[in-house]
Structures are given as C-alpha cells and as structure tokens.
Write a protein that binds this ligand. Structure first.
Ligand SMILES: [Zn+2]
Length: 417
C-alpha cells in the first residue's frame, strides 16, 4: 500500500496511486492528498525530501528547500513582534541555495519526481516565467523530458540557468491563460501529458514545503501567513498543509489566517473576495489589465479561486483577507525589504511585502502570534554577480496554430535543444 491516497474534496471518493487524478463525479472540486502518517516528520532525507508528507517515494535528485528565519530588520521597521521570513531564492550566506531564485523549484521537483514514479516519460508545462525556469533547470538535473509553453509578453523578464535548457514555445498573441490552453493542445499532439496545473496534487504538496519547513523551524503554526497569489496554488497548498499540521496536534489549535495579495489593477481574486463572491467577474480579468501590472507572473486569468477546495474556501476556512497592491507599492516594498533584510527580492515577493506593510499599518494583525511572510523569490542580483544566466530563445507561434502544424512545431523545437 502507498503512503498516500488522493481524495475528492466534494464527494469523498478515494483514489490510490493515480497520476494527475480527477474525480469522475465532480469537475468543480480539487482532490487532496491524504497521508497515512498522521504525525509530521522531517527525518527522511536531505533538503525538501526530508519531509514525510510528500507524494513521492524515492527521489532521484537533490533539492534544496526554503530558509525560514526570524526577522529583526523588517520586523523592526514594521513593528511586528514575531515575524518569520520564508526565503526561497539564492542567498548563500543565509543558506538559501535555489539557483533559479524561485519557490517554483519545489513544485517542479515534486511534479517531476511524482511523474517519474508514475512512469511518465515527459510533461508539457505552461508558465508565465518562474515555473518555466524551475522546470527547465530540474528537467536538466533529473534528465526528465519537458516542453515549456510561455506567453511572449513574459520573455523580456525571463531567463534560464542553462543555455538551451529545454524546448520552449512562446505564444505571440496571448497571455498566461492562452499558454495553458496551447500547452494542453501540444500535450495531446506530443503524447506527453499536460502537467495539470493546480489540479496536480504533487504541485500543491511541493509548494506546501514552505509551511513544512516553517513548522519544523518554528515548532508551531504561524498565526498569520502572507503571500502573493497568481493561480492560487501556493496559498491552497499552505492551507492544506496547515490542516495536516493541525490534525497532528503538536503545532497549535487554529489554522493560520491567510493574507493573500495581488498586484492592481489585475487583481481578480481580491476584487471578487472583497464582495465575498465565489465568482470572478469577467471585467476583472480583461486582457488590458494585464499590461498595466508590473508582476506578470501573477496575472493568471483563470485562477483556482471558486473551485471547491480553492482560494475562496481557503480564505473562508482561515478567516483570511485579500489585498490589492499598486505598482508603486510593489517597488517601495522591494526597496524596503532590501534595505531591512539585505537581499533583493522579485516583484511578486514585493507584492507580499506590500500586503504585510498594509496589514501592519491598518492593524490587521495583532500581537496574537507569529507572522510568516513567504518571500517566493529573490537573490537574482547575487546570482547574476556570480554566474551567467541565459535569455530564453523559444519557437514563436500563434495561439491559433492549426492542429496539423503542432507536430512540425514540436520537431523544430526539439531540434533546437
Ligand atoms: Zn468527487
């Protein structure tokens, strides 16, 4: 018997050893991993592989985790008594060794290892930037096949750790959501499955490593948790891991309050939740808003928000709140963090810091326990001072590429790499 099974949040159906499982009865619900161990353990190996609540058995490559530490700099500036920072990026003097500078490495590592153990030979991955870099790097490290699909509009900010890392296709006339749709079509044509997005339990449990590391360091659950959200997968993952830690019994008696942030004007989840609505308004995901937003990696037009077990439910279950952050606030927050903590962070992490600044200012957080701030990416400036990184040179196609041309595109793209 496996050390985990997968359960439908809605009807309770349980599946064993299923890859990218879906419930045949409920299309509008997420599945969740159930681990046989009720008690959390962190003694199973190195890096992120030392945790027992992961949907993998025998990891074939090493993977560093986040670094969680008690802040003095930012905590002092904001007047927060107990502020823990989870830093996922490159900051060697702090022990943070993620060379792709993003927490998406945990997701990519878990998805690839889980796919390998389910006899998958490759995956098609859609990304707005960070996920692409993480998958490209880990596909190289693990020898796994991946084809990556990104929107062209994200290319100026994109970089890979390796030259010609993996076959990459850019969509010239669409955004992240169009990349997902095209990735699904390429998956059908290539015979390699689509990685599954937020529905892939391995993706969420990989991102949930942030809370496992924090629980291991803090020996308790945070009272408040801050993160920027795009698809919502990371926030859902933290809620799911918090439920497991609560059931363990040794980490406290209440779920962390989720404080989730988006970059205005593209903030569809924030705008929906301010109205306490489970539905995202079509006006709030219009294409024009994407261009006005500084953090493109957060501009997912179809996030896992209203789906059962998604962001709306996570906010309701934890008494959470959504924040909207203007571009100027993002830049100011990045600057403040760098001065206070001594390391550069990516704009998405700046969105989370800006939300924490708002919360401190408007007293959304009291003195009732530790705060955990998820810095989802950083240290790019440090990394670039030490080694070269590479621009992404993809094959460029329209989102309306005809079916019969997809095969030619794949041949051409594979040849380049
Ligand atoms: Zn179901």
């Amino acid at each position: 018997m496996s050390h985990f099974s997968i359960k439908c949040r809605k009807c309770g159906k349980v599946l064993e050893n299923a890859y990218c499982a879906f419930c045949e009865h409920c299309k509008d619900a997420l599945l969740i991993t159930q681990y046989a161990d009720r008690q959390f353990a962190a003694d199973r190996g190195e890096g992120i592989w030392r945790f027992n609540w992961l949907p993998v058995r025998r990891p074939g490559f090493s993977q560093a985790g986040p670094v969680v530490y008690l802040s003095t700099g930012l905590a002092g500036r904001l007047g927060i008594e107990e502020l823990y920072i989870s830093f996922s990026g490159y900051w060697p003097e702090k022990g943070a060794l993620l060379k792709t500078c993003t927490f998406k490495e945990f997701e990519a590592a878990m998805v690839i290892q889980n796919a390998v153990e389910n006899q998958m030979e490759g995956l098609v991955v859609a990304s707005a930037g960070n996920t692409a870099r993480a998958f490209a790097h880990l596909a190289k490290v693990s020898g796994f096949r991946a084809v990556i699909v990104v929107p062209s509009m994200c290319l100026p900010e994109m970089w890979y750790l390796e030259e010609r890392a993996v076959p990459t296709i850019a969509i010239s006339d669409g955004d992240y959501s169009d990349s997902i749709a095209t990735a699904k079509r390429i998956a059908l044509a290539s015979g390699m499955p689509f990685e599954g997005g937020v529905k892939n339990i391995a993706k969420r449990d990989g991102l949930g490593v942030v809370l496992l590391e924090a629980a291991d360091v803090m020996k308790k659950l945070p009272r408040h948790y801050f993160q920027a959200v795009g698809s919502g997968a990371g926030a859902i993952a933290v809620w799911e891991m918090a439920e497991r830690l609560l059931a363990d019994g040794r980490f406290g008696s209440s779920l962390p309050v989720l404080h989730l942030a988006q970059n205005l004007p593209f903030a569809p989840m924030a705008k929906a939740y301010w109205k306490k609505s489970r539905e995202i308004s079509p006006a709030d995901i219009s294409f024009g808003l994407v261009g006005e937003t500084t953090t493109r990696v957060l501009t997912n037009r179809y996030p896992a928000y209203g789906v059962l077990g998604g962001v709306f439910d996570a906010l309701e279950a934890t008494g959470g709140a959504m924040y909207g952050v203007a571009n100027e606030e993002v830049y100011a927050a990045m600057e403040l963090f760098k001065n206070a903590e001594g390391i550069d962070i990516v704009p998405a992490a700046g969105v989370a810091v800006a939300a924490l600044i708002q919360a401190a200012k408007y007293k959304n957080i009291g003195k009732d326990g530790p705060v955990l701030l998820n810095i989802t990416g950083g240290g790019e400036a440090v990394l670039r001072s030490e080694r070269p990184v590479y621009r992404v040179s993809p094959s460029i196609v329209s989102k309306d590429i005809p079916e019969k041309q997809i095969e030619d595109l794949l041949c051409e793209t594979l040849k380049k790499n």
